[in-house]
Design a protein around this ligand. Structure first.
Ligand code: SF4
Length: 258
């Protein structure tokens, strides 16, 4: 695989549920076609020219050296570090990226900094050697493999993702699921309760709408749809003593929604 060097790594994210974050890979082979916000930004700011370049990930070769300098500087301000908002830390089929992610997590943990991981790949079993202060997550927006192949073409199959998360749950780690970006029924008809059933063991659920895909607005009742699902997530989490977060812009009062 190819490598790049960066000048800095750790930063405070603007993402509503994040604290500090880092992205030790440029690009992402999963190639999501919702489209991927990280890809749109990378193209806008000239980091990549097209989707093919985006899907050819480049590992930051000096990630550990940067962290060793940056951790002492930011340590007192950090509550947790999220891997990753603009790439996949456990990219499907990229062992070197997975190994580097675990090395980074261990380095942060050795400074008493908890990590949260989120991926559409498979969470490696070897995460069970990391500190229990970490929490591990997957993105899950469907159980339909045809949908995955169409919109998240190179990501891990849903069952494998869920099983990898369950393994870490059974090992005593806090686990979570990001149900985002969730599609409207004119894109795919699916039974939301079946998704909740599959992830009933997790500690936290994040729910968010699909934002940048024009078919969403073609679904006339899209806001009612997202409001209803937001209510279902909140009720389900309260009833089952789980944490939850409904992403900004997902739930809106109907009178001001359009
Ligand atoms: S997994 Fe995330 S970063 Fe990778 S292509 Fe999909 S949306 Fe983009």
């Amino acid at each position: 695989m190819e490598y790049i060097e960066r000048k800095s790594l750790l930063y405070k994210t603007g993402v509503e549920y994040g604290d500090f974050t880092l992205n030790h890979v440029q690009g992402c082979s999963h190639g999501c076609l919702y489209p991927c916000y990280a890809y749109m930004m990378a193209r806008r700011f000239g980091r990549v020219k097209n989707i093919n370049e985006w899907m050819d990930p480049k590992l930051v070769s000096n990630a550990i050296e940067l962290l060793e300098k940056e951790i002492p500087k930011f340590k007192d301000k950090i509550t947790s570090v999220h891997l990753c908002f603009t790439t996949a830390p456990f990219m499907y089929g990229y062992q070197e990226i997975c190994d580097k992610s675990i090395e980074i997590i261990n380095l942060l943990n050795s400074n008493d900094i908890p990590c949260t991981a989120l991926t559409k790949g498979i969470l490696p079993k070897s995460l069970d050697t990391t500190s229990k202060i970490n929490s591990h997550g997957i993105t899950l927006i469907s159980l339909d493999e045809n949908y995955r192949k169409k919109f998240e073409p190179n990501s891990a199959p849903y069952t494998e993702r869920i099983n990898s998360l369950k393994y870490l749950h059974n090992k005593g780690y806090k686990t979570w699921v990001s149900i985002e970006p969730y599609p409207t029924p004119n894109i795919i008809e699916q039974d939301f309760s079946k998704i909740l059933e599959q992830i009933s063991f997790v500690d936290k659920i994040i729910f968010g709408r699909l934002n940048y895909y024009k078919k969403v607005r073609e679904y006339k009742e899209y806001q009612e749809f997202y409001n209803n699902l937001s209510d279902i997530v909140v009720d389900y989490c309260i009833k089952n003593s789980k944490e939850y977060h409904i992403k900004n812009g997902t739930y809106k009062e109907i009178a001001t929604a359009k």
